[in-house]
Design a protein around this ligand. Structure first.
Ligand SMILES: N=c1c2ncn([C@@H]3O[C@H](COP(=O)(O)OP(=O)(O)OP(=O)(O)O)[C@@H](O)[C@H]3O)c2ncn1[C@@H]1O[C@H](COP(=O)(O)O)[C@@H](O)[C@H]1O
Length: 112
């Protein structure tokens, strides 16, 4: 599956200075970080609403949650790409955290 993320990140990088008339991603980059963050916020809210519907919902509601989550991941990747980052750094961070209990990590923080 990480191949999909590799391919997607390559597409996003290729469109960084692409034609907004033919590319949604190029259009987002051209409209700038604030527009991209607006989309991330919008997709976050849509994902939350879809998750509430999916909790006691049918297969259609669960599929809608998958679709909204994909939109959220996609727009998050556009955000990272806009700032010169990609999914590999996020996967590395998740790998670094593997096996570290979230409760232990929280207790070890010096900032409370
Ligand atoms: N994975 C995606 C992907 N997921 C979602 N979307 C688009 O994200 C948008 C989100 O839906 P909305 O209804 O919120 O968007 P909207 O109403 O058009 O947006 P606003 O005008 O309101 O900001 C839709 O236009 C979707 O088509 C995506 N657009 C592109 N990709 C990937 O990015 C590649 C490059 O896309 P282009 O730049 O369009 O060539 C594609 O080959 C795909 O692999």
């Amino acid at each position: 599956m990480s191949t999909i993320l590799d391919q997607l990140d390559q597409s996003l990088a290729d469109r960084r200075h692409g034609d907004a008339d033919t590319s949604y991603v190029a259009g987002l980059h051209q409209r700038g970080l604030n527009k991209i963050l607006e989309k991330v916020g919008e997709e976050s809210v849509e994902t939350i609403l879809a998750a509430r519907d999916a909790e006691h919902g049918d297969d259609q509601a669960r599929q809608a949650l998958i679709s909204e989550t994909a939109d959220l991941w996609f727009h998050s990747l556009v955000m990272l790409s806009h700032l010169g980052l990609d999914h590999r750094s996020v996967l590395e961070e998740l790998a670094r955290r593997q096996g570290i209990s979230g409760l232990e990590e929280k207790a070890s923080r010096t900032d409370g």
